[in-house]
Ligand binder design. Structure first.
Ligand code: ZN
Ligand code: ZN
Length: 357
């Protein structure tokens, strides 16, 4: 069958269907295209091996580019871009692993992949803790209890505080923890602190060390070098700068890109069900962010409707599924959402009142 001839879902006008019925139609469309692709490309059935190959390939890619940079063969910018892209693939793998899409029946292999994706992307909480908050996200998306999205600013008013929340995990914790403690029963400060150990802690030492030390050197130079730094501090700076190029800057770019997109493609506050949870962000304006988060804004909405697809298949079905989503009223590129604190409705007050009732 050619793709243009596909009519898996009813051609009845979408008007008159309930949100639940429209969601079902979208799911049918996704599943239909998924089945078709799996039938056409037999190798897709080796899902475990594909997941392992992408994980190890991306990790080795990061090591390779680190080596090429340290050997002076590639410039810093090339290493930063390449490693941010490799790390973004590892992020997708972590999400697939959370949904048990690889080595479901072989937990030792699954846990090994979890360790790999965590070590190479240190600026995240432990993947086993994230499994809990991400499963919760699917259950309560758009509501006060959604720890995962609220920690990256979803639902906050537009402004400097929201931008800082989207960009820095520690500031986000500072701004949002007291609210989440009251409003999200599953939010436990101690659990998050424990699940940060060891890699998030290591990452933040490397990251803030890099920022503060370079800040000091620039200020010192600017003031005409009133302090002459000892040799050991110069060496520490060289080490932190090298770590920044191969590891911390790529991961900061990756994490910030996905957080800005994710925080704005989920609706918050007046979400009544699955149909309202997400929009599709696929504008070319987002290309610089999408490069580092595997086109997240374009495809994550599909994932809310059908969760058991690996990330590469979700991307593969997207061109066929988007017209159906549009037809059944899913919003596309609703950039105004960020000015409404991610409410569906125009007035933030309406959303808050609905949520409270
Ligand atoms: Zn989501
Ligand atoms: Zn998910």
């Amino acid at each position: 069958m050619t793709t243009t001839a596909i009519r898996p879902v009813s051609t009845r006008p979408a008007a008159g269907l309930s949100d639940r019925e429209k969601s079902k139609k979208i799911m049918k469309w996704i599943r239909f295209r998924d089945r078709q692709l799996r039938k056409k490309f037999g190798f897709l059935k080796h899902q475990n091996e594909i997941g392992a190959a992408i994980t190890l390939g991306s990790a080795l890619g990061m090591i390779l580019f680190a080596g090429l940079y340290l050997a002076g063969i590639v410039p810093a910018w090339a290493c930063v871009i390449a490693n941010a892209i490799f790390a973004s693939l590892l992020h997708e793998i972590e999400h697939d692993l959370i949904h048990n899409l690889y080595y479901k029946d072989d937990l030792s292999k699954q846990n090994f992949l979890f360790w790999v994706v965590w070590i190479f992307r240190g600026n995240t909480v432990s993947p086993w803790y994230r499994r809990m908050i991400h499963t919760l996200h699917h259950k309560v998306s758009g509501h006060k209890e959604d720890i995962e999205e609220r920690l990256i600013g979803n639902g906050m008013r537009f402004g400097g505080k929201r931008f800082l929340t989207m960009m820095d995990g520690n500031l986000s914790f500072l701004f949002q923890a007291h609210r989440l403690r009251k409003e999200a029963p599953k939010f436990k400060r101690g659990e998050i602190v424990r699940s940060s150990w060891p890699y998030l802690v290591v990452f933040y030492h490397l990251w803030y060390g890099f920022l503060f030390l370079n800040g000091f050197y620039f200020l010192n130079d600017f003031l005409g070098k009133p302090i002459s730094p000892p040799d050991w501090l110069d060496m520490l700076r060289s080490f932190l700068n090298a770590a920044a190029v191969v590891y911390t800057i790529p991961n900061w770019i990756r994490q910030t890109s996905i957080q800005i997109v994710s925080s704005n493609m989920h609706y918050y506050g007046d979400v009544k069900g699955l149909y309202d949870q997400t929009q599709v962000l696929n504008s070319w304006l987002l290309l610089p962010l999408h490069l580092f988060c595997f086109n997240f804004g374009s495809t994550h909405g599909i994932h809310h409707f059908v969760v058991n697809q690996p990330f590469y298949l979700r991307q593969a079905v997207a061109p066929f599924v988007h017209p159906a989503m549009k037809r059944y009223g899913i919003r596309f590129n609703d950039f105004g959402s960020i000015f409404r604190a991610n409410r569906l409705e125009k007035s933030e007050g309406v959303g808050v009142a609905r949520l409270a009732s």
